[in-house]
Design a protein around this ligand. Structure first.
Ligand code: MN
Length: 349
């Protein structure tokens, strides 16, 4: 599978490094999602069984989110925020570092310096556009692949065959496949995505149970916040086929919700039949964040890049130092709705 991504020399080099490395570190991005958590844990478990390393340590800049603590081995994830010096030392001393589901070192935030400085053999496994190839010894990257978890599965088979696949690994990898495709709704044009799902399900995992763990998890506060968001904080521009959520810090404090609770809310914009591009802008202490989604052909990755971020064609985002007012103006400019009045009485036909 994907012979152009997994050239045999690179695969052999990684197999060799994995077989001799005593200290292995795995890294994924800030605010880890299902694909980050699933790929880092699936890879950790496979390296446990495939190598003789003394230590295999998964590190996330701000730890494992509560929503993914049910994944196997999640208690092994170290939080960079909670144990910064320890994590930096592990990164610097590592002989092999596997980076998953991010394209540039800045996506691991304050841990990037340690990564760049480390003399370890560095492997990137990712599906975002424009990977920083110079920062890694080997890069396995293809933006046409559904998820890093799918890429990790095919790479594992190239490296070791199926001998290190089992129910726990399958549970981890299926989770990223499931979340990055919105439940096999988008980013799944390649048949290989379904081949991967079929193979993972053959290890006796239960898609309905994983679906419940991922989707049916709202607290009452989060549900009430979504009601507030849709009724009070959604601007719809039907003529431009654009919709935009905006949240101040105060909005979030009032309902006791955080960024994690807003995961997926931006997708609600696209549920309106006339809307093609949706955005969510929110304030955090000392910064603002933008999420962008596209239903058809508009490339939101390009828009996110103009805001200093990036991502995928249909799903991208950015973190900014602009104030909420400034970033909303910038986003509206990019969406072509600057100076337009949102239609408050808009109802979908
Ligand atoms: Mn991903």
């Amino acid at each position: 599978m994907y012979a152009e991504v997994f050239d045999s020399q690179s695969v052999a080099a990684v197999r060799q490094q994995a077989s001799v490395a005593q200290k292995i570190v795995l890294l994924s991005h800030m605010n880890a999602d299902g694909d980050a958590c699933g790929s880092i844990l699936g890879c950790t478990l496979m390296l446990d069984s495939a190598t003789k390393a003394q230590s295999v340590t998964p590190i996330l800049p701000n730890g494992c989110p509560k929503t993914f603590e049910w994944l196997p081995a999640s208690d092994r994830i170290l939080s960079g925020e909670q144990q910064r010096e320890h994590c930096e030392a592990l990164i610097e001393e590592a002989e092999l570092i596997v980076c998953l589901d991010f394209n540039v070192p800045s996506r691991i935030d304050f841990l990037q310096e340690a990564l760049v400085k480390s003399k370890a053999f560095k492997v990137l496994i990712d599906h975002h556009h424009n990977p920083a190839k110079d920062c890694f010894d080997i890069v396995f990257s293809d933006p046409s692949i559904s998820s890093t978890c799918e890429l990790m599965l095919w790479l594992a088979i190239e490296l070791w065959g199926r001998q290190h696949l089992n129910a726990e690994v399958a549970r981890c990898l299926y989770t990223g496949l499931r979340t990055d495709t919105g439940g096999f709704a988008f980013s799944c044009n390649q048949p290989s995505c379904f081949d991967a799902a079929a193979l993972l399900v053959s290890y006796n995992i239960h898609p309905a149970e994983i679906h419940n763990r991922i989707v049916n998890t709202f607290t009452y506060n989060r549900m009430m916040f979504y009601g507030f968001a849709i009724s009070k904080r959604l601007e719809v521009f039907p003529a431009q086929r654009v919709a935009l959520f905006t949240f101040s810090l105060e909005d979030q404090l009032q309902y006791g919700v955080t960024g994690e609770d807003m995961e997926g809310l931006v997708n609600y914009t696209l549920m309106m039949q006339e809307i093609e591009v949706g955005a969510l802008v929110r304030e955090e202490p000392n910064r603002t964040k933008v999420s962008l989604r596209s239903k058809y052909d508009v490339d939101v990755n390009i828009m996110a890049q103009k805001l200093g971020g990036g991502g995928h064609t249909k799903a991208a985002g950015a973190t900014s130092q602009m104030s909420l007012t400034e970033i909303v103006a910038a986003v509206k400019q990019l969406l072509g709705v600057a100076n337009q009045e949102p239609n408050k009485n808009y109802t979908v036909a």
